[in-house]
Unconditional design. Sequence first.
Length: 125
Amino acid sequence: MTLDAPLALAQRAFIAVAGLIGAAGVALAAAAAHGGDARELGAASAICLAHAPALLALGLGGRGLRLAGLSAILLFAGAGLFSLDMVSRHFAGAPVFPMAAPTGGTTAILGWVLLAIGALLPQRR
């Protein structure tokens, strides 16, 4: 599999982010299981563990898919912001900023919608 240098770098970045988000998801699940608030930490874990495989797939096979890069950025930003807000609420007792979780959730939803739209567009040549 030979790729252009910039595309290979983007793919490696998506895969690295998928690994970090996946690790965060497992760590958050463990924290929730060992006495943490399952509502907050469990929600953050679920979001991370749902988005990590999508980012991995985009890194490994999203090369010809239209809007794949923008979709991956929105999925990462949305999942990260939502999860960070849940963790902040649990450990600091306050949100990252007002409406951070809904903003993150909406951003992730937009990432998924762009992914679907990109799949329906003609492939790049």
